[in-house]
Design a protein around this ligand. Structure first.
Ligand code: SF4
Length: 545
């Protein structure tokens, strides 16, 4: 037993509320891995919902696994201890199933690291009956699991609510690894890379009525990005259908969790915290958002929201947030000109945005995050100037309200390069070349630096390149993923030595009709529709609602 590692795990457990610890004897043992640090993973409501689902089944024990912190990694390496689960500090490689929840492409590197730390062979083809069955689910797996497919025995493609019952049934009943995979390969939403037969794989999704308990923070801890905040998913899907947005296109149709169910889980958590965060692709699009907020306010919650669409912003939505003491809000203008905003299918003008930001500041919100993108199809220099102008005008509003209040807040533009996402109309569009992107980013950086009370942040170019490759890559990328994760080479060198052309993968335009690595996944959206949306964008046309 390694005292340092076991002690660290026990310390984390001691600070949690809601931990589930079950004896292992005679049960199916599932190690549920979030491929990032505890601090990040514990804010993920999907991960927490799966943990709860599996542990509610009497003959299953599910324990969490995270990428160790830096000092823990050193200790694992120094002491040659195999990676341990959180709840009982058991070796991960001794579990029957190792299930990953993947929500962010760069975390695929950590999937490799976790397999290595656990002593589980990285490639599915090298595993046998003695190893856990390695599977992955989560949003990234239903966009494009191909770069990590050779590492996985099984991929769950779709929403967990629709997949877990079948998955659980087969994992418990089939006699051995081969039988489990054979059976699951026949079921909707399951992809067995070693047995791939079907040309099309239908993504499984929760029904039209979201009549499941909403995913939420069932285990509370102070050691997360959202320290002791109870997070609950209120709806899924977004009707705006921005042409770059994977969430809009892959979570159709829009569904709202029932207000009563949300209030019930919130009531249960209220004794432990007075902070609640509402999570959704479009929180304000919940069909009963105002009564929901009123119900939460009556319980004494301080309410925050992940971000709000401009079309949902109205006083009756902002007031409960502001009255509960929240001072910061996030909105997404994405771009700086009406022309480009219509190209991406976000149907709101700069003037309408300014009306809404004025409303936000007038209702007592002091700080505003602005999500922005560069490198989008048809973007021109004047679109970058438009961002600077729009941020400047919103800043004027922030200053005017701040002066009246005697306390000026912050404007926080967050600028991300466009990355093509599978299953969207922009899936064919290449990412902007780094030199051009750097020039645009530099222009924005300089302009924002001259604006007091504006704290802009820009995503790292290195991370973006990796994310783009994993977003649109195919199975040939898997050895590159492994080498980069192990620190054997940087991305450029690993690609070159694998004989792969990074530029062709991420910067080149693909033509509709070309075979795509993720083309076998049917997300419910006809390819012709995506193509016509792409054509309309390039023609800068606005599709009627
Ligand atoms: S409004 Fe936001 S969540 Fe909705 S489609 Fe657009 S980017 Fe996606």
């Amino acid at each position: 037993m390694n005292h340092f590692l076991v002690g660290r795990h026990k310390k984390r457990l001691a600070s949690e509320i809601g931990t589930i610890v079950k004896p292992h004897g005679g049960k199916l043992r599932v190690a549920l891995a979030y491929p990032n640090r505890y601090h990040v993973g514990m804010s993920n409501v999907g991960f927490q919902a799966v943990y709860k689902f599996w542990n509610e089944i009497p003959d299953i024990v599910c324990e969490r696994v995270f990428l160790p912190d830096a000092d823990e990694l050193e200790e694992y390496s120094r002491s040659r201890t195999p990676l341990l689960s959180l709840e009982t500090q058991s070796p991960v490689r001794d579990f029957d199933v190792l299930a990953f929840s993947i929500t962010f492409e760069p975390d695929e590197l950590n999937l490799v690291r976790i397999l290595d730390l656990a002593g589980v062979p990285a490639l599915a083809s090298e595993r046998d009956e003695r190893d856990p069955l390695v599977l992955a689910g989560g949003p990234i797996t239903f966009l494009n699991p191909e770069p990590m497919a050779p590492l996985l025995d099984l991929v769950a493609i779709g929403e967990a609510e629709a997949l877990l019952p079948t998955l659980t049934d087969v994992l418990r009943s089939a006699s051995n690894r081969a039988a489990k995979l054979e059976r699951l390969a026949e079921e909707e939403g399951f992809y067995v890379p070693s047995l791939r037969r079907a040309s099309t794989l239908v993504r499984a999704k929760m029904g039209k009525r979201a009549d499941f308990p909403p995913p939420a923070t069932y285990v509370l801890t102070p050691s997360t990005e959202m320290s002791n905040k109870f997070l609950v998913e209120v709806s899924r899907g977004c009707p705006t259908l921005c042409r770059f947005c994977w969430a809009g296109y892959n979570y159709l149709p829009k569904r709202s969790f029932e207000v009563q169910r949300i209030l019930d889980v919130a009531r249960g958590a209220r004794q432990h915290t007075d902070q609640i965060g509402l999570v959704s692709t479009a929180v304000g699009a919940h069909k009963e958002i105002v009564p929901l907020m009123e119900g939460l306010r009556e319980m004494g919650y301080r309410i925050s929201v992940s971000s709000l669409r401009f079309e949902d912003l109205r006083a009756e939505l902002l007031d409960p947030i502001s009255r509960s003491g929240e001072k910061t809000l996030a909105v997404a203008p994405e771009v700086g000109t009406d022309r480009l905003r219509f190209v991406i299918h976000k149907r709101v003008t700069n003037e309408q945005i300014l009306e809404k930001t004025e409303l936000i500041f007038s209702r007592g919100i002091e700080n505003l995050k602005l999500y922005l993108m560069v490198g989008l199809p048809t973007e021109r220099d004047e679109d970058i100037d438009g961002i600077i102008d729009l941020v400047g005008r919103i800043r004027e509003q922030l200053l005017a309200h701040g002066r009246k209040r005697g306390r000026v807040g912050r404007l926080i533009p967050s600028v991300n390069p466009f990355i093509p996402k599978p299953g969207t109309p922009f899936q064919w569009h290449g990412m902007e070349k780094p030199s051009l992107l750097a020039r645009k980013m530099q222009k924005l950086k300089k302009a924002f630096a001259r604006m007091p009370n504006v704290d802009a942040n820009f995503k790292s170019a290195r991370l973006e390149t990796l994310q783009a490759l994993l977003s649109v890559g195919d199975q040939r990328v898997a050895p590159v993923l492994i080498r980069v994760a192990r620190g054997e080479a940087d991305l450029k060198r690993a690609m070159k030595e694998a004989g792969l052309d990074l530029d062709a993968y991420i910067y080149s335009e693909r033509s509709p009709g070309e075979s795509l690595p993720w083309g076998y996944i049917d997300n419910g959206m006809k390819p012709e529709l995506l193509e016509s949306q792409y054509d309309k964008a390039r023609a800068a046309a606005l599709t009627p609602a």
